[in-house]
Design a binder for this molecule. Structure first.
Ligand code: ADP
Ligand code: MG
Length: 392
């Protein structure tokens, strides 16, 4: 209908006198204002580009999502700013190809890291083809997908570990038994020198198999998705136990360890053994990141819902582009690392209803923060029912 009005107006323009024309123009301006308000108030981003990917229009949502100012960019090409979006190819596409162009997801790193899903539509206009892009911020959906993917990967690693246990564990048992039998049989060798040398060889073999058995056992204990047995307890006690365990190493390397614990720490529901693994892994990583004489801090803070434990160091830090992957299995930068530590840490923390964050600056240091829900506020960690807020 609005288009009809405009067409009629244009076709009669030369026959319309000035006052009528200005009334019509005022009407058009009102309509334009109406559309502008409409475009500016939607959550979806809207961008229109012309030939050479030159920016013709962008609403505020789009400015926010991709981090540019329409005023500054108007008339300039977006091809570089939105490099991976393939705007040039879209602009060149034949009209017939349009049915094949699907929604795409682009990753933007400025002004913050987001995932933007967009679809493009040609706007045939005055003989030229302009391109309209509709943008939607799908960062949250993406994060949920990534979590699901991480769970899947974790499940794959577990299956692998169970397989390894079966495959290595059985022959290892047989080997141990046969080495013991061999040791017994060697007692009957009459030649003393030969007997002693063979016994020493057998002992070495036995020692090494039992070491292998130990490694396998520890590996499996770490990887097995043991459900935590949660009991009410104090995080501080677990931290103290972990620090005691590591103190000989800390002292030997003259690491400057500073702790800050508040007087009163509310209880959380915890599995002490598993949580000790969490702190042990985080502290080990910190120790491996700092030079001898480096600094490590452990702080405990409390807020309404959480008990937070931070482990910070002034070590090598983690490059920004690697931050997203450190919790993945087998991601390691160490010659002797296995890249499983942080994966296990996250799994245990999540099983406690908590979360873990990492902030790092290469060359300056790293801070891991573990959040554990306070015992008396546990209900908060339950997912809210659809359309209903969680009751605190
Ligand atoms: P691993 O210690 O066996 O390498 P992790 O899962 O514990 O495996 O850690 C994965 C990677 O994350 C490490 O190889 C390291 O690159 C990085 N990382 C973890 N903690 C820190 C830290 N405190 N400082 C610097 N890098 C770290
Ligand atoms: Mg580690």
């Amino acid at each position: 209908m609005r288009q009809g009005f405009f067409d009629k107006f244009m076709s009669r323009l030369d026959r319309i006198d000035a006052p009528v024309a200005s009334a019509h123009i005022a009407e058009l301006a009102r309509e334009r204002g109406f559309l502008e308000t409409l475009f500016q108030s939607i959550d979806e981003g809207l961008i229109v580009v012309g030939a050479g990917a030159r920016l013709l229009y962008a609403n505020r949502a789009a400015e926010r999502m991709v981090g540019f100012s329409f005023e500054e960019r108007q008339g300039k090409s977006l091809a570089r700013h939105l490099r991976d979006w393939g705007l040039d190819a879209l602009l060149c596409a034949q009209i017939g190809d349009w049915s094949r162009i699907e929604t795409r997801v682009a990753e933007v790193s400025y002004p913050e890291h987001r995932f933007i899903s967009f679809y493009a539509r040609p706007l045939p206009f005055d003989g030229r083809t302009e391109l309209m892009l509709m943008l939607r911020d799908v960062t949250r959906e993406h994060a949920a997908e990534e979590d699901a993917l991480a769970d899947e990967r974790l499940a794959a690693v577990r299956t692998l570990a169970a397989g390894v246990a079966h495959e290595i564990g059985n022959p290892l048992n047989a080997l141990t038994i046969h080495l013991q039998l061999l040791g017994r049989g060697l007692r009957d060798v009459p030649d003393l020198a030969l007997r002693e040398s063979l016994q020493s060889l057998a002992e070495t073999a036995e020692r090494e198999t039992s070491r292998l058995d130990g490694i396998l056992r520890r590996f499996l204990a770490a990887i097995r998705p043991a459900k935590p047995t949660l009991v009410r307890g104090n995080v501080r006690d677990v931290l103290d136990a972990t620090l005691r365990l590591l103190s000989p190493d800390i002292e030997q390397r003259r690491i400057n360890l500073q702790t800050a614990f508040p007087e009163a720490i509310p209880d959380v529901f915890l599995d002490a053994q598993q949580l000790e693994q969490v702190f042990f892994n985080l502290l080990r990583n910190a120790m491996e990141a700092v030079p001898d004489g480096g600094r490590i801090g452990v702080t405990l803070t409390v807020d309404d819902a959480w008990v937070n434990v931070s482990v910070l160091d002034n070590g090598v830090g983690i490059p920004t582009e690697a931050l997203g992957r450190i919790f993945d299995p087998y991601v390691t930068t160490k010659a002797k690392g296995n890249g499983l530590g942080l994966m296990i840490v996250r799994r245990i923390v999540q099983a406690h209803g908590g979360g873990i964050d990492c902030a790092s600056r290469p060359g300056e240091g790293t801070c891991f923060t573990v959040r554990l829900p306070r015992a008396e506020r546990r209900v908060r960690t339950l997912p809210a029912a659809k359309g209903k807020a969680a009751t605190p």
